[in-house]
Write a protein that binds this ligand. Structure first.
Ligand code: C5P
Length: 224
């Protein structure tokens, strides 16, 4: 069976609230993303609960450190029932290779964050002294060379990925309408999937909605 394309981000540090969101989701329609907000306060609790309920899990801790530290961190995480985890591609080639070594013997896929979807072009100019596209493009070169499974990028950079067959894509920054929040490089679920996104990450548009299961269903139907 292929993985669901939708990954719902459980960005809550409150156990009751996080478990309540998981309870309203359907493992046939989505995977679950556990990031630092949840993991740093609740540890592996939600990973185990979601796994018991049949969900595939994306552990999004965005590791960014020297190669040895990243590999050792992954050796400590690889026993969790997770399908994917994230590092930062800007950690460099050796760090990506160390991450790949870290998951050896498992089916866990390594995804590399390129440029956060909350960054605008002017943020990118200030941080990297070049626009987002050039920044992402050079990180894609590195990701391919480093042998990781895929990257996390905004839907606006999916076109750059279409020439790179070895890399899968995960795209956050998904919005049904413009919410004027911290996400800047956004698109609708349908647009992102039409542009070739292998997975889309949706957080607040589902988890902050009045009817979580209805919102998930609507997004699921919109990309069929
Ligand atoms: O609530 P929202 O839909 O903005 O959630 C997006 C999720 O994707 C958050 O958990 C955020 O940490 C994550 N993410 C992102 N941009 C990246 C990588 C991950 O927004 N480049």
């Amino acid at each position: 069976m292929t993985d669901p394309k939708i990954i719902v981000a459980i960005d809550s540090s409150n156990q009751e609230q996080a478990l309540n969101i998981i309870d309203q989701l359907d493992s046939e329609l989505c995977m679950i993303k556990i990031g630092s907000v949840n993991f740093n306060s609740l540890g592996n609790l939600c990973i185990n609960k979601a796994f018991e309920k049949g969900f595939k899990i994306f552990l999004d801790l965005k590791l960014h450190d020297i190669p040895n530290t990243v590999k050792e961190s992954i050796l400590g995480l690889k026993h969790y029932p997770i399908s994917m985890l994230t590092i930062h591609t800007s950690g460099g080639l050796d760090m990506m290779r160390a991450a790949v070594e870290g998951v050896e013997g498992t089916n866990i896929k390594i995804f590399g964050v390129t440029a956060l979807t909350s960054l605008s072009d002017s943020d990118s100019e200030r941080i990297f002294r070049r626009d987002i596209r050039s920044q992402v493009n050079s990180l894609l070169d590195l990701a391919e060379e480093g042998g990781i499974d895929g990257v996390v990028c905004s839907p606006q950079e999916l076109e750059l990925l279409s020439k790179r067959k070895s890399l899968l894509s995960i795209t956050p920054g998904i919005r049904l309408k413009n919410l004027q929040d911290d996400q800047k490089r956004v698109m609708t679920p349908k647009e992102a999937v039409e542009l070739g996104a292998d997975y889309i990450v949706v957080g607040r548009p589902i988890t902050s909605s009045e009817n979580i299961s209805k919102s998930l269903n609507e997004i699921y139907l919109s990309i069929q």
